[in-house]
Design a protein around this ligand. Structure first.
Ligand code: ADP
Ligand code: MG
Length: 262
């Protein structure tokens, strides 16, 4: 199983859209995908028609067991989505109580990683939509992942959030055996605005090694897909946004070679 996190400490940058778009394209290609909603706001859970305020069981359940994640629990928590090959490990508002706990002190940092190993046989990919705060949940997302995408909105204020994310990553990397490979993904790009153009130029100058060389354009079809509760490619397989996400998927797949499982 390949595990990717989609993270940025800023909200509204396209994390959830990117997670669902990539999951949809992988599923279209026949891959079995589990999407994990670690954001207490539960946007991805809502996206797929489940109410995070009403769910009795969610990712939160995984964190409640002192002796480790009970065998079978992650599988029991899965919910269906609009795509037959995508399952959702949902968020619920209860997750917010974990979000602000400081990482490291309570030994909860590997709960998601351990839960995903139980799903190893059933899925080819796990994509984790991450919370906007550095806490137990963010640490779990990054610790469980083999690769990271950082969506960055191409506007003036976005760059600060990116700096914060990159320093968070440096901190996390100190407790990992290997540095987590990551790609910066410019999103909501509008070629008619000066802010988009100059932010893109800044990213190219500042993060030459980690910047994905293309961008996700503003595309209202992506918003329409979320309103319809289906993946962007289910909604319109040839929209500008989906075409860009297809290119991003190719980049993500090429960046880190598949891990060989004996
Ligand atoms: P985050 O998860 O980082 O908070 P979202 O993916 O929820 O961000 O995106 C924020 C809003 O912007 C949503 O309404 C989403 O539909 C919209 N959106 C995201 N990416 C695009 C895009 N490329 N074009 C148009 N709208 C987008
Ligand atoms: Mg989101």
């Amino acid at each position: 199983m390949r595990v990717w996190a989609i993270a940025n400490q800023k909200g509204g940058v396209g994390k959830t859209t990117t997670t669902v778009a990539l999951a949809g394209l992988l599923a279209d290609a026949g891959k079995r995908v589990v999407v994990v909603d670690l954001d207490p706001h539960g946007s991805m859970t809502s996206y797929f028609g489940h109410d995070p305020d009403a769910l009795e069981h969610s990712c939160f359940d995984l964190f409640l067991h002192q002796g480790g994640v009970p065998q079978g629990l992650p599988g029991e928590l899965l919910l269906p989505t609009s795509h037959e090959r995508i399952s959702l490990l949902p968020s619920s508002t209860a997750l917010a109580t974990l979000e602000r706990q400081s990482p490291g002190q309570n030994g909860l940092g590997l709960v998601v990683a351990k839960s995903l190993t139980q799903l190893w046989e059933d899925f080819d990919f796990a994509l984790i939509d991450s919370p906007p705060l550095l806490g137990v949940l963010m640490v779990n997302a990054l610790a469980a992942s083999q690769q990271l995408a950082i969506p960055v909105q191409t506007e003036f204020l976005a760059v600060k959030g990116l700096e914060r994310m990159v320093s968070t990553l440096a901190m996390i990397n100190r407790s990992r055996k290997q540095a987590l490979p990551y790609s910066i993904v410019p999103t909501l790009f509008d070629r008619r605005t000066q802010a988009s153009l100059s932010t893109l130029r800044f990213l190219r100058d500042t993060y030459p090694e980690h910047l994905w060389q293309a961008y996700i354009p503003v595309d209202t079809r992506l918003r329409d897909a979320s309103r319809a509760g289906v993946t962007p490619s289910q909604f319109d397989a040839n929209s500008r946004g989906v075409i860009a996400y297809r290119a991003l998927l190719k980049h993500m797949l090429a960046l880190v070679p598949a891990i060989q499982v004996a």
